[in-house]
Design a protein. Structure first.
Length: 271
């Protein structure tokens, strides 16, 4: 009797494992298993059911978006092919580019394959009440963690919005020059390293790396005085449009806490 009972239970388990996961449009918890199964079985049709290319009215070429999704789907399939994929968790709050942008409109699904952590990201999760998305991305969190460890943290120019203000002596000589930063990141900045270049069509007037440890608090606008430019004669009239300037942010400290490394540690704690 015991042998018969065990046989029936094992068969039921095998059948249930082979059943194709269903997508519940009203339950986000159904999406991770559905997506992972579609990738592992290379089920393109099931994968494409996740998307609605009308979610963003600014996108005119839906075919290009579809092709992007299919390319990323193919990459995910090759990555997970013949591998055991361990599903860990999902969330709808995420830090991008080292944490400088907080994204709350995507569904992020976290998995582990051969001790490597990945994020399956589906964008525009909040565009509809139902589970429809616009774009699919595959991110190797372990690789991104290695990069952020080895490289300096560089927020995008949009996150710091650099500007240049100046006064002049007699219109040709720099006097009070300030590199101005608007800290739109989620963090206080304790140290910033940037390269300032000033030039026109004929010559480079100034090109130098500046390091400042003046704090730039979250949400603040801060001017950093460029003492090295005081008294420099440009040789032309210092008015806007008469020369070009560029501020390239090279490094910001401290590195943000919301980054791929911190995310991996939090995922390890979920197991």
């Amino acid at each position: 009797m015991k042998k018969t009972l065990l046989y029936i239970i094992s068969i039921t388990f095998l059948v249930s494992c082979n059943q194709k996961p269903e997508l519940n449009r009203k339950d986000v918890k159904s999406v991770p298993e559905y997506l992972i199964n579609a990738i592992q079985t290379k089920d393109t049709l099931s994968f494409l059911k996740l998307f609605d290319y009308t979610l963003d009215p600014n996108i005119s070429d839906s075919l290009a978006v579809k092709n992007l999704n299919l390319r990323n789907f193919g990459q995910a399939y090759e990555t997970f092919k013949d591998q055991e994929v361990e599903y860990i968790a999902y969330d709808t709050k995420d830090g991008l580019e080292g944490g400088q942008i907080i994204d709350d409109s995507s569904l992020n699904i976290y998995v582990k394959v051969n001790e490597i952590f990945y994020k399956l990201r589906l964008t525009h999760h909040t565009a509809k009440d139902e589970n429809y998305f616009l774009i699919f991305y595959l991110n190797n969190l372990s690789s991104e963690c290695d990069l952020i460890k080895d490289k300096p943290y560089q927020p995008s120019s949009m996150a710091l919005f650099p500007n240049l203000n100046w006064d002049s002596f007699n219109g040709y000589v720099f006097n009070n020059v300030n590199a101005v930063f608007n800290n739109l990141t989620e963090y206080d900045i304790e140290k910033i390293k940037f390269r300032l270049t000033i030039e026109n069509s004929e010559k480079i007037v100034f090109k130098q790396t500046i390091i400042s440890e003046e704090p730039i608090y979250k949400g603040d606008i801060k001017g950093i005085n460029i003492e090295e430019l005081r008294g420099v004669n440009a040789g032309f009239l210092l008015k806007r449009g008469n020369f070009d300037w560029d501020i390239e942010v090279l490094e910001v400290e401290p590195k943000p806490e919301i980054n791929p490394c911190a995310k991996i540690e939090s995922l390890k704690n979920k197991k």
